[in-house]
Design a protein around this ligand. Structure first.
Ligand code: PMV
Length: 311
């Protein structure tokens, strides 16, 4: 069985593409891949809730994206032409910034590694999944495939020179309750990252200041997390969200969700992932507040996902 973890970025989304550190946590949503023997041609695939009994190597609009991912993974792992039966199961909502694309690549890569006894370590799995992420996102930072591989709570820093990224496991005293608010609108990560790049190039002075602030916030958030200062983390999330609004990746719905969360006593609220739709999350360490915020989201017709970070 191969598992890829879903995630939320606690601090540093977008800025992480430019080498600014980010803090990311897995959540209790994941993708599971299971491979069995298959004696027919190609790759038979079931994706629970999406399709059953499709052959990935045959032309099909619905499965085309997965065929592309599979071809990248098989090439990277020298497994071209292998036949098998792939079963996928996911509890991560698709395309809303919770890392489903990275999680699927990681889950399949881990299971290919197990089934074909390749003996690869997690670092190599992470690298292979990054290749598939490039297909989805163009110039990804690598944060999604990293957290999907390792899980937990991580500080991630992209190596802009192309060498190994810096990955540091962070420890907190106990997991913290959050509520993810889902707009159920799909943001296009590739387009959003490119749009930020264009705006950054057109406004170098303004963006230099924004990026310097973003870097400072991550440093402060790391300290606050280590010290268990939840109020401070909440404040920093709000400040990080203001920067994400400034770089143009928020939407009216995301802002509405943040407003609802804060009105219902969340300690902080911010977009997570690329924005342009997708999800935000609210910091709600107390169970009562978590319930209240989730209910308020639902009342306003948004999905509210109760989960924890730092598990
Ligand atoms: O794929 P998403 O929506 O979780 O976005 C990933 C986070 C970004 O920082 C926006 C892009 C990246 O590659 O780090």
């Amino acid at each position: 069985m191969g598992v890829g973890h879903g995630k939320i970025i606690i601090m540093g989304d977008h800025f992480v593409v430019y080498g600014i550190p980010a803090i990311v946590s897995s959540i209790d949503r994941k993708i599971i891949a299971k491979i069995e023997q298959w004696n027919g041609k190609g790759i038979l695939c079931d994706y629970k809730g999406f399709w059953k009994g499709k052959n990935l190597m045959q032309d099909d609009k619905e499965t085309e994206w997965l065929r592309n991912v599979m071809n990248i993974l098989l090439n990277e792992l020298n497994l071209q032409g292998k036949k098998f039966y792939l079963k996928l199961q996911s509890s991560i909502p698709v395309g809303v910034g919770l890392g489903s694309s990275a999680a699927i690549s990681v889950a399949i890569a881990k299971e290919l590694n197990e089934f074909f006894e390749l003996g690869l370590n997690e670092e190599r799995i992470c690298e292979v999944a990054y290749k598939a992420e490039e297909f989805f996102h163009g110039t990804p930072s690598g944060i999604d495939n990293t957290i999907a591989t390792y899980g937990g709570l991580l500080k991630f820093e992209k190596n802009l020179a192309g060498g190994k990224n810096r990955i540091e496991r962070m420890k907190i005293e106990k997991p913290i309750r959050i509520v993810i608010g889902n707009t159920e609108k799909k943001g296009n990560t590739k387009e959003l990252v490119e749009a930020v790049r264009e705006r950054k190039e057109a406004n170098p002075k303004e963006y230099k200041e924004i990026f310097a602030k973003a870097k400072k916030l991550v440093g402060e958030a790391e300290k606050a997390l280590k010290e268990g200062d939840l109020r401070k983390i909440g404040e920093l999330m709000n400040e990080n969200n203001a920067l994400l609004c400034k770089i143009g990746v928020s939407t009216a719905e995301l802002e509405e969700l943040c407003k609802i969360a804060l009105e219902n006593k969340a300690l902080g609220a911010k977009i997570t992932g690329a924005g342009g739709g997708g999800c935000m999350f609210a910091l709600t360490p107390e169970e009562k507040v978590q319930e209240r915020v989730a209910e308020a989201f639902e009342k306003n017709d948004y999905e509210g996902i109760k989960t924890k970070i730092g598990v």
